[in-house]
Design a protein around this ligand. Structure first.
Ligand code: NBP
Length: 477
């Protein structure tokens, strides 16, 4: 055996990851169900490093040094289970199986338990950055045992994106911690993109800016505290003109957004954990809504009248939208980090949120200057209650608050939907309020269902005899 590590599954992601590993001087065994992909990889890129190709799974396994480290990079779900089933009988005690696909974290929990029973290590590894990241440096979120991480670290830390000399790769925690954090990362990506899309919509349809002018605005924003990969590529996309029609590219793309499911998973998990990730949820629902083209057509028929146009002063409006975008983004990230903390508590993962901000600074889609501020906030206060109230973010929100309200009010008046802006503002208002109408909810629940309530003036659990004499009974002190 001569390979340091093996990788099976050589489609877009696996092939680029294998090249990245080879380019960093590691001898890598490569395999794919359909041999043609393996042959093509070695033919096209064999001179980039030391590849050990195998046609069969048995030869592939035999070509890797023990204890083996084998990365699976195939279609998530049934594909991953099929590869694990084929691989496991060929392995020896202490070997490490790494799933680098986008697995649901509950699948990772199940696989981890099954492999542990057989004396093997299972590592759920979240890889972010798409095709380009896999080749040139992804952000890598690793779950599993300390032992497994130590074995993998030299390879993974060398191939990850590097920011200020720090690899964007971390041991997130045991078993499914890596895949869980990758899922929330994708959810945050949904929220980020929705906020950008709402900003564009407002600038275009209320601010009356043309796509090329909006590209210029985004380029300018990218020079400030909004600096990020997504803001940068928004400028690129908005500048692009369709070659066939000469129209702005954004106008020839159908307005029905797609999703592969990680946003939905994030929201489902957040519901289970009881964490209000309203930004991610609205972003996910907004994509669903855009895809309901029949309902949209029906509604256009009936309600096609536009509200009266809203007059805005262009430069001031652009500044307001920037402030609203930033404040809403702070909320969306605060919510995402709340979900990571809740998942970590629920599963005893002991995730360090500051470390997540650190490894998202490079390689992944949500990479941004902003993440340095999040890391600083967690460094200063590791057990913080919410990111929103830490000095830097609280200041940003306070400074942007008035603009945020103006933008949401203007959007409502103009009939431009801003679900992520609006819900983030509602979340902020709910958090900062002295009293919430949840008191009325509790009273109603006690009235129709005897669900009991707590009082503001003394401890205990109470129920009011609504159908009888309206006396209050203390249920327990
Ligand atoms: P795909 O998700 O398109 O999967 C194709 C690969 O899976 C091929 O190697 C194929 O082998 C293999 N495969 C399938 Br399908 N069923 C199999 C089975 N039953 N047994 C063995 N192999 C099987 O590849 P991808 O786009 O490179 O993504 C790989 C993983 O990385 C996925 O989990 C994906 O969610 C994740 N991911 C993707 C991105 C991205 O930007 N694309 C980013 C981050 C993570 P074949 O060649 O024989 O058909």
């Amino acid at each position: 055996p001569r390979a340091t590590i093996g990788l099976t599954g050589l489609a877009t992601m696996g092939r680029n990851l294998a090249r990245n590993i080879a380019r960093h001087g590691h001898t890598i065994a490569v395999h794919n169900r359909t041999e043609a992909r393996t042959t093509a990889l070695v033919e096209e890129f064999g001179d980039e490093g030391d590849f050990v190709p195998s046609a069969s799974m048995a030869d592939f396994v035999a070509s890797i040094e023990r204890p083996r480290a084998i990365v699976i990079m195939v279609k998530a779900g049934a594909g991953t289970d099929a590869v694990i089933d084929e691989l496991v009988p060929l392995l020896d005690e202490d070997d490490i199986v790494v799933d680098g696909g986008n697995a649901h974290f509950t699948d990772t929990l199940r696989r981890q338990r099954a492999l542990e029973e057989r004396g093997l290590h299972f590592v759920g590894m979240g890889v972010s950055g798409g095709e380009e990241g896999a080749l040139n440096g992804p952000s890598i979120m690793v779950g599993g045992s300390d032992h497994a991480y130590e074995r993998l670290a030299p390879v993974l830390e060398s191939i990850a994106a590097q920011v200020d000399g720090t690899p964007c790769c971390a041991h997130v925690g045991p078993d499914a911690a890596g895949h869980f954090v990758k899922m929330v990362h994708n959810g945050i990506e949904y929220a980020d993109m929705q906020l950008i899309a709402e900003s564009y919509d407002l600038l275009r349809h209320v601010g009356d800016l043309r796509p090329a002018e909006i590209a210029e605005v985004f380029r300018e924003w990218n020079g400030g505290d909004l600096e990020s990969f997504l803001i940068e590529i928004t400028a690129t996309v908005l500048d692009h003109v369709d070659a066939d029609t000469g129209r702005p590219f954004v106008d020839v793309v159908q307005d029905a957004a797609e999703q592969k499911g990680t946003g939905r998973w994030t929201v489902q998990s957040a519901l289970d954990l009881g964490v209000p990730v309203t930004g991610i949820a609205e972003a996910t629902f907004a994509r669903s809504l855009s895809g309901h083209t029949d309902q949209r057509a029906a509604a256009r028929e009936v309600f096609a009248t536009d509200p009266d146009p809203v007059e805005v002063e262009r430069d001031a409006f652009v500044d307001d939208v920037r402030a609203a975008l930033y404040a809403s983004k702070v909320v969306a990230y605060a919510q995402g980090f709340d979900q990571i903390a809740a998942g970590s508590d629920e599963h005893d993962w002991d995730v360090d949120p500051g470390a997540m901000a650190t490894i998202w600074r490079g390689g992944c889609i949500i990479r941004a200057q902003f993440l340095d501020r999040i890391k600083e906030a967690y460094d200063a206060e590791p057990d913080l209650t919410t990111l929103l109230t830490t000095a830097y973010f609280a200041d940003a929100v306070k400074q942007g608050e008035a603009a945020w309200r103006r933008v949401v009010a203007t959007a409502v008046a103009a009939g431009v939907p801003t679900p992520a802006f609006s819900s983030s503002l509602a979340y902020f208002d709910a958090l900062r309020r002295e009293h919430l109408p949840a008191s009325l909810i509790q009273a109603l629940r006690d009235n129709f269902g005897a669900h009991t309530y707590a009082r503001t003036d003394r401890p205990g659990t109470f129920h009011t005899a609504w159908a009888e004499d309206l006396t209050e009974k203390e249920i327990s002190a």
